[in-house]
Design a protein around this ligand. Structure first.
Ligand SMILES: Cc1cc2nc3c(=O)[nH]c(=O)nc-3n(C[C@H](O)[C@H](O)[C@H](O)COP(=O)(O)OP(=O)(O)OC[C@H]3O[C@@H](n4cnc5c(N)ncnc54)[C@H](O)[C@@H]3O)c2cc1C
Length: 500
């Protein structure tokens, strides 16, 4: 049987203005939702089926929250929005001349035409050119990352228990290194310290979890540089009170299975033996920025972010908006509010154009402030000129995150889990599986990832058709035999066998 083509072109039958949104993160979801009253057909193309609340990934990694609480299904969120549909697929090409987006899932490609496009594909982890570090020091960008880290963190304590009961040295298993002292690194280091000193302290027999070392390393001379010197100092001293060792001015030069090497400004090189390393150091904008840059001439900065016009469109392409972590505009930070506000602005602008209303003018960002949690009841917040620390900042963090977690049931269960972890000592989500670490690594070694594990769509259809033909012939033959037995009167007639 001939192999079927695995590329499909999706046309909108309604004849309405077609908006394609790439990504289901903060930009993608809020942009799509902002178009709910517009006279358009929206297609959100995203490579995951969920909307991810990245700021709480570290709580999934350390067993406080489940992945479902921070990653509700996009289809469910948009179920009531009649003008929106969701298409699963990783966008591999954007053709600005043809106005199409090509996305692929497990070898099946879809070409989706658009009249307006909002690109909100976010950013990934950057290992500053040392991608081989990723295998030994996972980043913190996706649910897969968080679950792998959960497996590695809790797994290290388990292996240490086995080793210690045999009298082996387990220091390398009980040493956790977090690379990058930005908000994510601070949050991870604080949580691992809490795990070791509070949550796990009664759970083991051969090891004392409180002896675990948590080391936060950064090449910068201070913790949380964007929060300013004062809050950086405060955060550092709070971390040290929790038992975290803060190593600043140290650039990580190598990472392998057994540990990391770091170099100080004076040239000194030190090595830390550690099985569990977490990379929270750098970000690189989504590679789709490069294809947009090549087609428009818009430059990319060092982090791969594309320079956009003040109204977030691309040069020569007023129908294409780029928002969130992918853009370089006025030194805007890579935070959720930049993506949310940018996407809402783009949606509004599309709607106004369709209604022949004047343009909104340049995009302006309203800075609502920044926060980082250090541990339970301790956080720092910078809102305008005002600095908050300790319990007040922590309560502000709690309120804000509850507001922004999507979905009522997620808010309720997150609150319950926070109660368990912050008031009590427990963590409700400590389950880990071998798949989290080993299956992921195995997939990573396949040339085309998961696509290598499924047959190509044409081959699958051909195999199924052959199976159906064979099975049908078998069934027909059996039915004919049954009928023959009945019609010939043979069925039920005992045949006497003569013995001897
Ligand atoms: C661990 C962590 C903690 C953070 N904490 C905070 C915080 O406390 N406060 C704050 O304001 N910000 C925080 N941020 C930053 C914030 O999450 C980002 O700035 C924000 O998510 C950017 O939104 P976005 O829409 O640009 O990208 P994202 O939210 O990353 O969304 C990108 C979307 O695009 C999809 N995608 C990517 N590539 C493709 C493709 N080729 N095809 C199809 N879909 C694709 C992804 O699956 C995703 O759905 C944090 C980030 C991380 C990683």
């Amino acid at each position: 049987m001939a192999t079927q083509p695995s590329t499909e072109v999706v046309e909108q039958p309604s004849g309405k203005h077609r908006v394609v949104v790439i990504g289901s993160g903060f930009g993608g979801l809020f942009g799509t939702k902002a178009l709910r009253h517009a006279d358009v057909e929206v297609t959100m193309v995203a490579k995951t089926t969920h909307h991810l609340f990245q700021p709480l990934l570290y709580q999934v990694a350390t067993g406080i929250l489940s992945q479902g609480e921070i990653a509700p299904p996009t289809r469910e969120i948009l179920a009531g929005q009649r003008n929106a549909q969701v298409l699963l697929g990783e966008v591999s090409a954007i053709d600005l001349a043809a106005h199409t987006v090509t996305s692929t899932v497990l070898g099946r490609s879809t070409i989706t035409p658009y009249d307006s496009l909002i690109v909100a594909a976010g950013a990934g982890q950057s290992y500053f050119g040392n991608d081989r570090f990723a295998e030994f020091a996972p980043g913190m960008k996706s649910i897969d990352d968080a679950l792998e880290l959960r497996g590695r963190i809790f797994g290290a304590f388990e292996l240490a228990e086995i080793g210690a009961s045999r009298g082996e040295n387990v220091d390398h298993l009980l040493t956790f290194v977090v690379v990058g002292a930005g908000p994510t690194g601070v949050e991870m280091a604080g949580q691992i310290a809490e795990l070791a000193h509070r949550t796990l302290k009664k759970d083991f027999r051969a090891i004392n979890s409180r002896h675990a070392r948590v080391i936060l390393v950064d090449a910068a001379p201070q913790v949380l540089p964007p929060f300013g010197r004062k809050l950086g100092e405060k955060t550092r001293s709070e971390l040290e009170k929790l038992g975290v060792e803060v190593v600043l001015g140290a650039m990580v030069t190598d990472v392998d299975e057994r540990g990391i090497a770091m170099q100080f400004k004076d040239g000194r090189v030190e090595r830390i033996d550690s099985v569990t390393k977490i990379w929270a150091a750098g970000v690189a904008a989504n590679p789709l920025g490069r294809t947009l840059s090549e087609q428009t001439g818009a430059p990319l900065d060092r982090a791969g972010r594309i320079a956009v016009n003040p109204d977030l469109t691309l040069p020569g392409h007023p129908e294409v908006f780029v928002v969130g972590d992918m853009i370089a505009l006025d030194n805007l930070p890579g935070v959720a509010q930049v993506a949310i506000q940018g996407a809402k602005y783009a949606a509004k602008e599309i709607d106004r154009r369709l209604r022949s209303k004047p343009s909104l003018g340049p995009f302006t960002y309203f800075d609502k402030g920044s926060m980082a949690i250090i541990s339970r009841f301790r956080a720092v917040a910078l809102i305008g000129r005002f600095r908050f620390t300790g319990l007040i900042a922590w309560l502000m963090w709690l309120a804000l995150h509850l507001i922004y977690i999507t979905g009522f049931k997620n808010r309720l269960t997150a609150l319950l889990h926070w109660f368990v972890s912050f008031i009590g000592r427990g963590r409700s989500e400590r389950t880990t599986t071998e798949q989290q670490i080993f299956a992921r690594s195995a997939l990573g070694r396949l040339k085309h990832g998961a696509a290598d594990l499924v047959s190509d769509p044409g081959a699958y259809d051909a195999a199924r058709a052959l199976l159906e033909t064979t099975r049908r012939a078998e069934l027909e033959e059996r039915a004919a035999e049954e009928a023959r037995l009945t019609d010939s009167g043979v069925r039920g007639v005992r045949v006497e066998h003569q013995v001897g």
